[in-house]
Design a protein around this ligand. Structure first.
Ligand code: HEC
Length: 107
């Protein structure tokens, strides 16, 4: 026999609904945020992660983990490049993760 929906179930369902309603704008915010971050990269790496110049690398479709490692390495100075350095310094670990994810999804 099916159990009737009781108070606890209702509370659970409405809490879930509330959580989802709160999460949606957060996701939208995260997306605009990564696009904003990426704006400082487009001058060299192109709007869609395709570089505009033969000596600047494409980022579109590159492996996520590889991109993340390179960005951390630039930041720590392990990978040295005077052109990249100033654009990486202010990025947090979360920014780096988001940018790596973003560029790996482009093609
Ligand atoms: C002024 C130009 C310029 C800007 C702006 C710039 N980059 Fe770069 N980027 C370069 C150059 C040049 C290299 C190649 C460095 C080298 O030769 O080691 C590079 C390399 C990289 C690499 C390593 C690629 C690989 O294949 O190893 C990543 C990842 C990267 N950039 C991400 C970014 C991100 C993310 C931003 C924005 C926050 C950014 N870059 C902004 C010029 C730029």
């Amino acid at each position: 026999m099916k159990k009737p929906i009781n108070g606890t179930t209702m509370k659970f369902v409405s809490t879930l609904g509330l959580l989802l309603a709160c999460a949606a704008p957060l996701v939208a915010f995260a997306e605009t945020n990564v696009k904003q971050l990426a704006q400082s990269c487009t001058a060299c790496h192109g709007e869609h992660g395709k570089s505009l110049n033969p000596v600047w690398p494409n980022l579109a479709g590159q492996k996520r983990d590889y991109l993340e490692k390179q960005l951390h390495d630039f930041k720590s100075g392990e990978r040295k490049n005077p052109i990249m350095m100033p654009f990486i310094q202010t990025l947090s670990d979360k920014d780096i993760e988001a940018l790596a994810e973003y560029y790996s999804q482009l093609n």
